[in-house]
Design a protein around this ligand. Structure first.
Ligand code: HEM
Length: 252
């Protein structure tokens, strides 16, 4: 694509110098600013939309395919929010099981499974026995870290929100301090929106569950369980989409 700034230079650069240069600069700056804002917005929307929606999708799949977990979450929501009314951000601190479900979702299904590509600014000596030369392109496999049996002793391939209520893991968060759990990365280039994204996922899953009496899974003919296969890319997507029908409960 042609750079609009260059187009401006050729059009206005040959004009007389009787005040035209002022016009030239104003227009050039305007276009530059517009491009800058537009590319920042594209980056934020691109980084924020699919990651968040995929996390909600995975969380709902896990809740709807496990009756025990769904019942426990409903009980917690009924107790804290009441049988009627929306779940809001102010309820979240009193919903430990919901928070555990979202952490467990991001452990097993980190929606940016390889984070973003990083590059070593300097040589790194002895990282797990390896020497990483300066300028190496690095991909951190958050998906594998979240299922590493040396870090997660209790059945790492099982969806078990209770692990985040146990003494060992209750203080663990997703903010890059605990290297066993890095769905948002860590350090200076970690996701800047972790404090927005986590409550967004929590409140959405909570309301989807709380607003209806139940959700009926629509499974392919002959299947009795939901297929949880994933497809690795920049975003961790489901191979088969979740289809579920909500059965109404009147709230508000
Ligand atoms: C569940 C939701 C989300 C997940 C799992 C997620 C995950 C991530 C990860 C893993 C990175 C790369 C970190 C690294 O390489 O160390 C990242 C970067 C980024 N995320 Fe998120 N993100 C989520 C939601 C959002 C939202 C809602 C926004 C914006 C509103 C956002 C904006 C960004 C931006 C701008 C970057 C690039 C930061 C940089 O390059 O310095 N993310 N995110």
């Amino acid at each position: 694509m042609r750079n609009p700034t260059n187009v401006n230079i050729s059009i206005y650069g040959h004009d007389d110098d009787n005040g035209t240069y002022r016009v030239f600069f104003i227009i050039r700056l305007k276009i530059h600013f517009k491009n800058l804002v537009s590319s920042h917005l594209q980056e934020i929307v691109g980084a924020g939309v699919e990651t968040t929606s995929a996390a909600i999708d995975w969380g709902m799949c896990e809740v709807l395919s496990n009756e025990r977990i769904a019942r426990k979450l409903r009980d917690e929501l009924n107790e804290v929010v009441g049988r009627e009314g929306y779940v809001t951000e102010s309820h979240i601190p009193r919903l430990p099981y919901l928070r555990a479900i979202v952490k467990e979702t991001l452990r097993m299904h980190p929606t940016a499974p390889l984070l973003m590509p990083h590059m070593s600014l300097d040589v790194c000596q002895d990282v797990g026995g390896y020497l990483i030369p300066k300028g190496t392109r690095l991909f951190v496999n958050a998906w594998a870290i979240g299922r590493d049996p040396t870090a997660w002793k209790d059945d790492p391939d099982k969806f078990l929100p209770e692990r985040f209520l146990s003494d060992a893991c209750s203080s663990m968060d997703v903010k890059g301090h605990h290297f066993e759990l890095l769905p948002f990365g860590s350090g200076r280039r970690m996701c800047p929106s972790v404090n927005l994204a986590v409550p967004l996922v929590e409140v959405t899953i909570a309301n989807l569950v709380h607003a209806f009496d139940k959700w009926e899974l629509v499974l392919p003919r002959g299947k009795t369980t939901l297929d949880m296969s994933d497809e690795c890319g920049i975003i961790l997507r489901r191979v088969n989409p979740l289809i579920a029908i909500p059965r109404k409960k009147v709230i508000i």
